[in-house]
Ligand binder design. Structure first.
Ligand code: SAM
Length: 278
């Protein structure tokens, strides 16, 4: 992509807003929101609460998932007419599991400068309190359908980075069941209602969180510890060898351990052969 020049041309500002506590907004964000010609947001009712709180009277207009494509072109025309504009989301940073990708793409295609006024994101805030190891992989929302969700998790199974997910409270139980099935009973962390009155933090195993989570409401971030090669492979291979010592043939031992751990026996067979041939 070409280097973009920012001098004297109208700008798209991507502005971070609070994820709960209205005080979590920068002085620069407030100034820019006052100065731009228009603020694009997901839901004008939600964003007008923030603007009223800070006495900002800049016109608000909606830009959401359902009109992203067509609206992006109209916004670009408006910017080309010489207007600076800002994009915000209901909470946190735009683009991060929120609309904005199309607009940025359209601006860059049209040589319009795009810049950021960073603010809090739920996932960075949750990672800080999680005490989970770095690096992390921010995934956003898993798919709601079980088969699709488990396919996504299957692809993440051997990822060593801590895995960060956004989740809605009504889907948390199903998601944890899929995680337990596909990734196993790992360490996990759940941050609920960050920066709000009823903020909570859970540091548990997936199976324990599953028992606790039946009535959890509000906004939540879920973090699952990444794949720990030495620990998991050592565990499963030593289980296979224990079964062999007990008198089973290798194939039968693998089948037994795969059933015990609820994992795929063909995958386990392949892993075991690779381990033995090292
Ligand atoms: N753009 C936002 C950001 O930068 O974090 C995320 C928007 S996404 C549509 C909304 C999800 O973020 C929620 O379902 C929840 O998973 C997470 N979230 C937002 N606010 C939160 C909060 N205060 N505490 C915990 N999770 C939050």
């Amino acid at each position: 992509m070409n280097k973009k020049s920012f001098t004297n041309s109208p700008i798209l500002y991507l502005v971070g807003t609070p994820i709960g506590n209205l005080e979590d907004i920068s002085l620069r964000a407030l100034r820019i929101l006052k100065e731009v010609s228009k603020i694009y947001c997901e839901d004008t009712r939600t964003s007008s609460v923030l603007l009223r709180h800070y006495d900002i009277s800049t016109p608000l207009e909606s830009y959401h998932n359902f009109n992203e494509e067509t609206k992006a072109k109209a916004i670009v025309d408006y910017i080309k007419d010489g207007h600076n504009v800002a994009l915000i989301s209901d909470a946190g940073n735009p683009i991060i599991s929120d609309p904005g990708f199309k607009l940025v793409e359209e601006c860059l295609t049209n040589d319009i400068a795009v810049t950021t006024i960073p603010g809090p994101s739920a996932f960075t805030s949750a990672f800080m309190t999680s005490n989970m190891p770095f690096p992390f992989l921010f995934y956003g929302f898993l798919k709601p359908k079980q088969t699709e969700r488990e396919k996504e998790l299957q692809e993440l199974k051997y990822q060593k980075a801590s895995l960060i997910f956004y989740e809605a409270p009504h889907r948390l139980k199903d998601t944890l069941e899929s995680i337990l099935k596909v990734l196993g009973d790992r360490d996990c962390y759940l941050a609920r209602e960050l920066t709000k009155k009823f903020e909570e933090h859970y540091y548990l195993k997936v199976s324990s969180l599953l028992k606790e989570c039946t009535n959890l409401k509000g906004e939540m971030v879920l973090i699952i510890k990444g794949y720990q090669e030495e620990k998991i492979t050592a565990d499963k291979f030593s289980l296979i060898e224990e079964q062999i010592k007990l008198g089973l043939k290798a194939n039968a031992a693998i089948k037994e351990v795969a059933a015990m751990l609820n994992i795929d026996k063909k995958e386990l067979y392949k892993d075991y052969i690779a381990y033995k041939s090292k």
